[in-house]
Design a binder for this molecule. Structure first.
Ligand code: ZN
Length: 338
C-alpha cells in the first residue's frame, strides 16, 4: 500500500551541469560527460533507494531537459534555426528549435540509459518521455503546418522509443504532458488521441503526468492568476479516465486543486502529489502523511501512489534529497495509520 514514486527529474550535481537551471549547460564533454551522467544517475538511484522510494528512475541525469533531451536525437529539427516562442500559452518565452523536414528517429535515444539503470537496481524502474502535445508546445513548426499532424508523427516516434525502453527493462513508461492543463479543448481534439498513439501496444504500466509546472517564478505567477480553485483537471480528467493510460500523476499538495477531482478518475491509479516543488520548502514526514491521508478521502488506498507534484530539477540537490526522504518517511507513516 502507498507505494512511492517521483515525477522524474532531480537536480543535476554542479560538477555535471549548471545547478538550479531549467536549460543548463553541461560542464563535461565526450566520455567524461557520459561517465558523469552515469555517476550522477547512480547517486540519485541510491538516494531514492535509501529514502524508501519504490518505483525509481534516473532523475533525468542523462538528458539536458525533459523535452529537448529526446528531440536532440531526432532528424527533421534544425537546432540552429531558433524561434522565440511563448510556450504554455505565453507563460514564458523560450528560444526553441524549429522543425524543418519530416521527423525521424534514426536510433534508440534513451534505451542504453534505461539498460544501465536496469542493471543497477532490483526496484521497479520508471522511464519518462515528453508527451506529444507538450513537445509540440516546446518547439516551432516550419514543416507540418498543423500541430495535430506534427503531434501524431511525434507520437509514432515516441511509441517506437517506448517499446525499446520496455525491451531495455523499464517497468513503467510515463509521458509528461503539462500542456494538457493549458490547451484544454485541444486535449480532446488531438492531444489525447496522440497520447493514445504513443501508448499503443506497450506491455508495461503506463502513466501520464499532468501538472501546473515546476516551482519556478513564471509558474508561480501563472498559478496566482488561476483563481481560488484550479478547475483544469475537472475538465480533462473525464477524458483521461476513458483513455487507456493506467496511471495519472497529478498536482495535489499545497495547490488549489479541488480535492474531489480525484473522484473523476475511478478507473486509474493515482500518483498523488504529496510533496510540493516550490524552492525553499521542506515538508516533514507528518505533513506528507497528512497529504496522503487527505487524498484517501477521495480515492481508495489501493489506487493511491504518493508522489511529488512535479519534477524537482530546478531545486537545490540538498532540498531534493530532503524531499525524497520526506516522501518515503511520510508514506511509511501513512501506512502505519492506514
Ligand atoms: Zn510537472
Amino acid at each position: 500500500m502507498f507505494e512511492t514514486t517521483t515525477v522524474g527529474s532531480l537536480p543535476k550535481p554542479d560538477w555535471l551541469a549548471e545547478p538550479e537551471r531549467l536549460w543548463p549547460t553541461w560542464r563535461l564533454d565526450c566520455q567524461a560527460l557520459q561517465d558523469g551522467k552515469e555517476r550522477a544517475a547512480l547517486e540519485w538511484l541510491r538516494e531514492q533507494e535509501a529514502a524508501g522510494i519504490d518505483i525509481v528512475g534516473d532523475g533525468e541525469q542523462f538528458r539536458i531537459h525533459f523535452v529537448h533531451g529526446f528531440l536532440a536525437q531526432l532528424e527533421g529539427i534544425d537546432w540552429n534555426r531558433k524561434t522565440r516562442m511563448g510556450i504554455r500559452n505565453n507563460r514564458y518565452e523560450a528560444d526553441v528549435p524549429t522543425v524543418t523536414g519530416p521527423l525521424a528517429r534514426p536510433k534508440a535515444i534513451h534505451a542504453a540509459d534505461a539498460a544501465f539503470m536496469r542493471a543497477q537496481t532490483t526496484r521497479r524502474l520508471k522511464v519518462t518521455l515528453p508527451g506529444p502535445m507538450t513537445i509540440c508546445d516546446t518547439l516551432a513548426d516550419g514543416y507540418y503546418g498543423r500541430r495535430e499532424d506534427m503531434a501524431m508523427r511525434f507520437a509514432e516516434l515516441l511509441n517506437a522509443e517506448a517499446k525499446e525502453l520496455v525491451a531495455a527493462g523499464a517497468d513503467v513508461i510515463q509521458f509528461d504532458e503539462p500542456a494538457f492543463n493549458v490547451f484544454i479543448d485541444e486535449v480532446r481534439d488531438w492531444g489525447l488521441p496522440a497520447l493514445e498513439r504513443a501508448l499503443q501496444g506497450l506491455s508495461v504500466t503506463t502513466a501520464v503526468h499532468i501538472c501546473y509546472g515546476y516551482g519556478i517564478e513564471a509558474n508561480i505567477r501563472w498559478k496566482e492568476s488561476l483563481g481560488d480553485q484550479w478547475r483544469q483537471y475537472e475538465r480533462i480528467f473525464p477524458w483521461i479516465n476513458a483513455s487507456s493510460v493506467q496511471q495519472v500523476s497529478l498536482e495535489f499538495a499545497g495547490s488549489r486543486v479541488p480535492h474531489e477531482v480525484l473522484r473523476l478518475l475511478p478507473e486509474k491509479e493515482l500518483l498523488v502529489g504529496a510533496i510540493e516543488v516550490l524552492p525553499g520548502k521542506l515538508e516533514s514526514a507528518e505533513e506528507v502523511a497528512h497529504n496522503i491521508l487527505e487524498a484517501t478521502r477521495h480515492v481508495e488506498k489501493s489506487r493511491l501512489l504518493p508522489c511529488t507534484n512535479c519534477g524537482m530539477a530546478p531545486l537545490s540537490a540538498e532540498l531534493a534529497r530532503g524531499k525524497l526522504r520526506a516522501l518515503g518517511a511520510g508514506a511509511a507513516l501513512a501506512r502505519s495509520r492506514g
